[in-house]
Design a protein. Structure first.
Length: 146
């Protein structure tokens, strides 16, 4: 990638360390997500970047994959692209429209996709399969007190 003839307004970054993710996403007008083939084939396996960028209030454009709509509403909370023209169209949207998409994604992320919410989901699933021994319900009570 270093020897690729990038346009003057494009910068290639090899790796952004996790502590710098928020700064990176907040510096972007739009974040592009291209799902690795293995993840897309598995379905229902979003990249953490979707939630990180959304939490930062950065609009997202992503490739389509099975289950995406379970996490974000395409066209409203996330823009979906199947071609370079779709990405160009997303980049052509006005600032107000991109801000509205980003706001809706951020609200959904903070409502449904936080670590605490995932713990609650896991504990609810464990409640459904708990057999003997300490119950997940007791674990949930411990989590709620923390």
């Amino acid at each position: 990638p270093d020897d690729f003839p990038w346009m003057p307004n494009i910068a290639f970054v090899h790796h952004v360390p996790p502590p710098d993710h928020a700064t990176f996403y907040c510096s972007s007008r739009l974040t592009l997500n291209v799902t690795r083939r293995a993840m897309a084939e598995m379905g229902y396996c979003p990249s953490g970047r979707l939630f990180e960028a959304a939490a930062c209030g950065t609009p997202l454009v992503s490739d389509a994959w099975p289950g995406l709509e379970r996490f974000f509403e395409p066209g409203s909370e996330i823009l979906v692209a199947s071609s370079a023209d779709d990405v160009t169209s997303a980049l052509s949207l006005g600032s107000d429209e991109l801000a509205a998409v980003a706001r809706r994604a951020r609200e959904r992320t903070l409502d449904e996709h936080t670590a605490d919410r995932r713990v609650d989901d896991l504990l609810a699933a464990l409640d459904g399969v708990a057999v003997g021994g300490p119950t997940a319900g007791a674990a949930r009570a411990s989590h709620a007190e923390a």
